[in-house]
Design a protein around this ligand. Sequence first.
Ligand code: A2P
Length: 264
Amino acid sequence: MKLLTETITLKNGVEMPIIGYGTWQIFEGKKAIKTFQNALDIGYRHIDTAQMYENESSVGKAIKASPYHHSDIFVTSKLLPGTNTYQGTINAYEDSLKKLEVDVIDLYLIHAPLPWDDNANIQVWKALENLYLNKRVRAIGVSNFSVQDLKKLIAKTSITPHVNQIRYHVGFDQADTIAFCKEKDIVVEAYSPLGKGSILELPQLVKIAKKYNTTPAQLAIRFCLDMGTIPLPKSQNVHRMKENADLDFKIMKDDLEALSKIRA
Ligand code: A2P
């Protein structure tokens, strides 16, 4: 489990744990609070939520009930898609802060580059810049942005996103976006590193996993790490939560190449 405490340094100096716990489709309530508490007990120190996930209050309650201070846990949230004004963004941020019961959100992201026009997109980013410059958030970024979306944003704003969170897993190529982000020093986070569970029986993945004496899930998550991205695996099951963080091995170059070529 030692990887759970390892961090990557974002370009503004903020340290972010290299494995995050994904919370999509786990809705507010006692069960969600218990699940998030389990994740914290296992050792996850990076929790990824969003306004759209409707579980920020449960994330906040799990942190409050834990023996850990918020400063020990890296919390990401995302602006509700469709928010398209400067003030709307600030209001949404305040709402997330209240639900999460924290003073500052570690990483705040634009959830998706839609459905607004480019100008609205810029206004929203300016609101994020303002929150960042006023130290209301420690880092800012985007999610689901293509190279084109990133270029448009970067051309018209002053702070380049610290992070781009995208769908990335074995079988789903994102080489262009990852290369562009690397060039701009934007850390890429991989959501659905297990392809929502759909890739776990791919014969080649299963075969290579056997060679490393790991499960296909462990190999798929390690693949994201070894490709230079930050995986955000999601599980509600304690055994699998542990399994997904037990990744003390490295994939050899030729296997990494073979895995990158899989198309599912
Ligand atoms: P569960 O919550 O029952 O563990 P992704 O992270 O790509 O979005 O995938 C999440 C899906 O994969 C969930 O359905 C989750 O189910 C399942 N899952 C998570 N970890 C594992 C694992 N180690 N082995 C098999 N399935 C897993």
